[in-house]
Design a protein around this ligand. Structure first.
Ligand SMILES: [Zn+2]
Ligand SMILES: [Zn+2]
Length: 239
């Protein structure tokens, strides 16, 4: 059973918004990047993982924009030493097969290996583990804590990517009746929240028409950022 993260999940629900998992993920991501920019980059077990996994484009961009270029430079130097033989091996296999019957498949396999090198990410990997714990905790609280379902029902559900992850885990871990009633509650939240966003976003577009001098409501002013988050996840500035 994954470790429960009860107080973090409660905090996220208290904050409200379109998706508690987006809030949890944004704050864990920020803390991870900050700790990497301080001492974490030099911890031996972390270096073993960053050498093996590297960073995706988004996380390396954020690390590069932050402090501690030396720590990042050292970590990326040993990552590069790890990547060099992997690239050579991928290319070597494709080159060996060139001109033969297996040439195309070997080139496609090399491309897949090269893509894997560019996409794997130490930070994304840790966040994936965290996400599994938060999702597990939300479903656990919904099943076991009588005070949680009303909190859940008062929320706006999840962003669509996080909702998909919740549905997957619910399908994996819940039995028939329980799964049916969780899906019914969560599905209602999702439908209501998408319908409310549709209305708010329509009002937002009216507010931004030339000549409109009204201020609109808070919900209308923040509708675009909230809808972008609902559709794709992540954090957007309101408005
Ligand atoms: Zn989300
Ligand atoms: Zn990443």
């Amino acid at each position: 059973m994954p470790k429960l993260e009860i107080s973090k999940v409660h905090d996220a629900y208290r904050q409200g918004g379109e998706c508690p998992l987006c809030l949890l993920e944004a704050s864990a991501e920020k803390a991870l990047l900050i700790s990497f920019q301080h001492s974490r980059a030099m911890e031996p077990d972390v270096r073993v993982r960053t050498n093996r996994e590297g960073f995706c484009a988004e996380h390396v961009r954020r690390l590069y924009a932050g402090k501690n270029k030396l720590g990042l430079g050292l970590a990326i130097h040993t990552r590069l030493q790890h990547v060099l033989p992997e690239v050579a091996a991928a290319l070597g296999e494709a080159e060996k097969a060139a001109g033969g019957r297996d040439a195309k498949q070997a080139a496609v396999r090399a491309a897949a290996r090269l893509s894997g090198i560019g996409e794997s990410c130490y930070v994304c990997g840790l966040l994936r583990q965290d996400r599994e714990r938060w999702i597990f905790t939300i479903l656990y609280l919904w099943s076991k804590d009588p005070e949680f379902p009303p909190v859940f029902r008062a929320s706006r559900g999840f962003c669509i990517p996080h909702f998909a992850a919740m549905v997957n885990e619910a399908a994996r871990s819940m039995r028939g009746d329980r799964l049916r009633s969780w899906l019914a509650e969560a599905g209602t939240l999702m439908r209501e929240s998408l319908e409310a966003l549709e209305k708010d976003l329509h009002a937002f577009t009216q507010l931004h028409q030339a000549g409109n001098r009204t201020l609109g409501t808070e919900a209308e002013r923040t509708a675009l950022g909230r809808t972008l988050q609902k559709l794709a996840g992540g954090e957007y500035l309101a408005g």
